[in-house]
Design a protein around this ligand. Structure first.
Ligand code: ATP
Length: 328
């Protein structure tokens, strides 16, 4: 994705950013994406893909070894003093003094934040109002993540960086955080999020990128990313119906009752299958047809990269096969 394709004001821009550790190992090898004002962009990827390393460049915590990072039109590292008051950062591991209470922690943070929200409001926002007097060391892992979020929101940021914000939260806590992020976004905030939860990206992201080994292997809306993957049709043939009776394009070499069709032309393949089933008077047991999910796209990328030892290609999977049938 290039900057020109984004119709609105770019608030976050990574243009070919690179980052090396110890002067040799390149953890981020030229990543580009942009986030428009009010958008939520999610960075997904395998462990060690380079998500945090990339986000830190945009948070101004490190200078890129190549390419450029811009936030609110400025260099977040060189112009940190101008950028920092306008952004909220939720790191993967906040590391608070554990003997302070949640209120004391927020108060301490408020002391170095200009225009900070009232402490009670910040805690209520993240559902920690009832834990105001509890020491940080007594908070659960999920509650600490919420405290992290409260601190990130303290200065009413225009841009919010969330590094795995719901890790350690239970299902209810995760949904509460999603609802809060949506409310913040409705208020015009721009969000860059990293997550391991694909349903989180599906629920929240306007656009996303999947990273692997320091590169953004694919990016776009969930629909665009999944459109590259084949859809799937599954059913079971009734006892006594041979797979060899299936139309040629849907036929498997092997026999057996269970059929799985992978196709890039779901509507056509399904129509052909149903036409055949009706004409042949065959009942398709447990018929299930679905477009590829983000999870499938992600797994395809991880598997393909593991197989090839590289993730250089943008297209993953057998894109040329119109319909691939496996009969188990
Ligand atoms: N300070 C560091 N020194 C050396 N190598 C590092 C450092 N921080 C990260 N790395 C390496 O850089 C690569 C990318 O790490 P990074 O934390 O950015 O990935 P990630 O996608 O955020 O991973 P995860 O999902 O596991 O949090 C990994 O191989 C990691 O071991």
């Amino acid at each position: 994705m290039t900057f020109d394709e984004t119709p609105h004001e770019c608030v976050i821009e990574a243009d070919g950013v690179r980052r090396s550790y110890a002067g040799s190992f390149e953890a981020v090898t030229g990543v580009s994406f942009s986030v428009a004002r009010g958008e939520l962009f999610a960075l997904l990827g395998t462990n060690g893909a380079g998500k945090t390393s990339t986000v830190e460049l945009l948070e101004g915590l490190a200078r890129p070894d190549g390419g450029t990072a811009r936030v609110l039109g400025r260099d977040p590292y060189a112009e940190r003093a101008a950028v920092r008051p306008r952004i909220g950062v939720m790191l993967q591991d906040g590391g608070f003094p554990s003997d302070l209470t949640t209120t004391e922690t927020v108060r301490m943070w408020a002391g170095c934040t200009s225009g900070a929200r009232p402490i009670g409001e910040a805690l209520e926002l993240v559902g920690l109002g009832h834990r105001a007097r509890v020491r940080v060391k007594q908070l659960s892992g999920g509650e600490r993540r919420r405290l992290d979020l409260a601190l990130a929101l303290l200065g009413r940021p225009e841009v919010l960086f969330l590094d795995e914000p719901t890790t350690g939260l239970d299902a209810e806590g995760r949904r509460d955080t999603w609802a809060l992020v949506r409310r913040l976004q409705e208020g015009g905030i721009t969000v860059l999020l990293t997550t391991h939860y694909l349903e989180e990206a599906e629920a929240l992201a306007d656009r996303l990128a999947i990273m692997h080994r320091g590169r953004a292997v694919t990016s776009g809306t969930t629909a665009e990313v999944t459109a590259e993957r084949p859809s799937r049709i599954r059913f079971e043939l009734p006892h006594g119906t041979a797979a060899g009776r299936l139309p040629l394009v849907l036929r498997a070499a092997a026999d057996g009752p269970r059929v799985e069709i992978r196709t890039h032309h779901l509507q056509e393949s399904l129509a052909e299958l149903l036409r055949w089933a009706t004409e042949s008077d065959v009942q398709l047991i447990g018929l299930d047809a679905r477009s590829a999910s983000l999870e499938e796209a992600f797994l395809d990328i991880a598997r393909s990269a593991a197989k090839t030892g590289d993730a250089d290609e943008n297209t993953i999977g057998d894109e040329n096969v119109k319909a691939k049938v496996t009969v188990a």
